[in-house]
Design a protein around this ligand. Structure first.
Ligand code: ADP
Length: 252
């Protein structure tokens, strides 16, 4: 048998996936301006660094630019000026076909859950892996791990219409975590939940953060933000007007 070239593994041996390079910053925006085609400047000269492992609340009134910022981070929109780096990718130089690579490094959680209604909890989470061509043998253990993380192992065969709001959001978080992302972006994840269930979701996001995943959470939930004393980035009219550890409102 021929030795493998350059001492590499033989073609028939399983090849371990390349380790994800640890990047010091999950997010880095420098001088970012986003002007929509109608001339509206939704973000103006934004500088923002989120180190890996950080937990950040993104706050600000409606229209402040929070959604636009999130769209830039997941490459739904491109910055008009400045640079956007996420999970080690320079998004300004990224080609369209590379966007799925970025999306696998990020987990996104929405206010309205966005589950597939005809699929079970298990299938909703598995689908996120299947669309990226993950081998079947890896899908099952990854989905089971993600469901155990959010405490939904028992509900894995239920469909969304058989779940409570909190369970739907936990399914969405399992789906976001199934790729083992570096960064979770949660866009008002508690906006459709009552206060008690909201706290459960926040506790889950905090636990995910403690395990090493960077979390950025856009929210209007002043009570949660003020209670947790985490980093708060506040946007107003497209500019960062505050970036500090503290409550929902400025306290001085
Ligand atoms: P937030 O999420 O904080 O409510 P957005 O990022 O949605 O803020 O919006 C910021 C500003 O940009 C608003 O004035 C909004 O009307 C405007 N905007 C958002 N999306 C578009 C778009 N696709 N085209 C033009 N203007 C937009």
């Amino acid at each position: 048998m021929q030795p493998p070239p350059y001492g590499g593994p033989h073609a028939s041996e399983p090849v371990a996936p390349a380790p994800v390079p640890e990047v010091p910053n999950s997010v880095r925006l420098s001088g970012v301006t986003k002007t929509y085609p109608n001339g509206k400047a939704a973000l103006i000269d934004v500088d923002l660094v989120i180190p890996s492992g950080d937990f950040v609340f993104l706050v600000g009134p409606s229209g402040a630019g929070k959604s636009t910022l999130i769209k830039l981070l997941v490459r739904d929109e491109k910055a008009s000026e400045g640079s956007v780096e996420v999970a080690g990718f320079d998004l300004g130089r990224m080609r369209r076909k590379e966007v799925p690579l970025l999306r696998r490094r990020i987990g996104i959680v929405f206010q309205d859950f966005r589950l597939l209604p005809r699929k079970t909890v298990y299938e909703n989470v598995a689908f996120a892996l299947e669309v990226t061509g993950t081998p079947r043998s890896l899908v099952e253990p990854s989905v089971e791990r993600a469901l155990a993380l959010v405490g939904l192992t028992e509900q894995s065969r239920q469909r969304p219409d058989e779940l409570s709001g909190g369970e739907m959001q936990r399914t969405a978080i399992a789906r976001a975590m199934v790729h083992d992302p570096r960064l979770i972006i949660a866009d008002e994840p508690t906006g459709n939940l009552d206060p008690l269930i909201s706290w459960e979701i926040i506790q889950l996001l905090l636990r995910i953060n403690e395990m090493g995943t960077t979390v950025m959470m856009a929210t209007h939930d002043a009570e949660v933000v003020t209670a947790l004393r985490r980093r708060v980035v506040a946007l107003e009219d497209g500019r960062i007007v505050r970036d500090e550890v503290g409550g929902y409102h400025r306290e001085y």
